[in-house]
Ligand binder design. Sequence first.
Ligand code: ARG
Length: 473
Amino acid sequence: TKSQAWSALFSEPMSELVQRYTASVFFDKRLWQADMQGSLAHAEMLAAQGIIQDEDYAAIQRGMAQIRSEIEAGTFEWKLELEDVHLNLEARLTQLVGDAGKRLHTGRSRNDQVATDIRLWLRAEIDLIAGLLREVQGALLAVAEKNVDVILPGFTHLQVAQPVSFAHHLLAYVEMFARDEERLADVRKRVNRLPLGSAALAGTTYPLDRERVAQTLGMEGVCQNSLDAVSDRDFAIEFTAAASLIMVHVSRLSEELILWMSQSFGFIRIADRFTTGSSIMPQKKNPDVPELARGKTGRVVGHLMGLITLMKGQPLAYNKDNQEDKEPLFDTVDTVRDTLRIFAEMIGGQTNAQTGAKEGGITVNAAAMRAAASKGYATATDLADYLVKKGLPFRDAHEVVAHAVKTAQDQGVDLAELPLETLQGFNRDVEQDVFDNALTLEASLNARNTLGGTAPAQVQAQIARHQARLQVV
Ligand code: ARG
């Protein structure tokens, strides 16, 4: 095991266990593209600054191209004794192009290298996840568009509260995912800054042009303090926090989907391919996908806790602790990506190759929703509002309607099923129009015509706004 980059000083080889314990190549090799991208930008700048020769840069480019094809072909030999992705690539480069390969690391440390790699990698993943968030919003929006006039009970405390449009309910999730998208865009600004050029911790003696490298890599600026640059992982924590919120939103939606597709609700169905059967109960179709998504939320929130705890005791500057940033970050990205992908399809369906139409999204049982909204006195507030229009103070109206609800409950009927005379017994001013103007589900919705309310006109306006924002027609 004499292949380590620092071996001259060491009088004995690393034990196998220590080697395995300290190595990261088996998980950080997925950073290879970012590592190569960073190395090429660094080499280009070294040549432009006259720190290495143009021929060296050309050789490095040639060697990297070869390495790229080897990795893509699956023939690249990853070596545990070379510890991580950085040393694996550099060692192979030197094997391929000789001294030019050995010059690549001039003015650079793995400390600024790895920080740069994670940022480059995460930037691309953020863009991917932002795109998936838009797909999920698009899917919710497509279902919303078809269900503006479908009414279900809105709940507070999971008790029937007031009727709402199903589209309105779905648009609440569109708002959440839109905020997630905004948050990612904000995190991206701080991910997209360049640590490279900070070297191990103190900067370097070579006349590097850091701005040039930042520009080559499409970064918005350079990290301004070398100690901070090599040790900062705030961006990873921020990303994982944003990812945790995405998963919390997915989890809340999952919980509702699970309830809605239970026999007690029967509001929706999801396509069979997102459910599984039971090995004992022949009748079962279980909502495994939303359940797992709800479960995986714990895993992502756990990664947030892991990362934030990883940083809390670290003195400046780089410490090997930081190698532990990768697995939680990778797993967060993988989990969020897969979850959003599957949700976009589960909700909106998949595109039929022939017709171009979306098929197999959630199926809505409008009758079941309506039946549920018609139980539980969802229009009681509307009756109170009706009495207020007749001149009664709201608190008195509230009390009057409580009596009416009690009576209806005792008789086992809905408010709208009480005879006019009974209602007039509670308040003389009640007239026949109460049935159309207060006690129907439609009247209840239509009356909530304030910005952000559930009136169909408001919901249509919100759909149009989101469509314009997402540029879907
Ligand atoms: N594999 C290391 C990491 O992920 C790379 C940086 C190592 N630097 C060092 N001085 N040991 O953090």
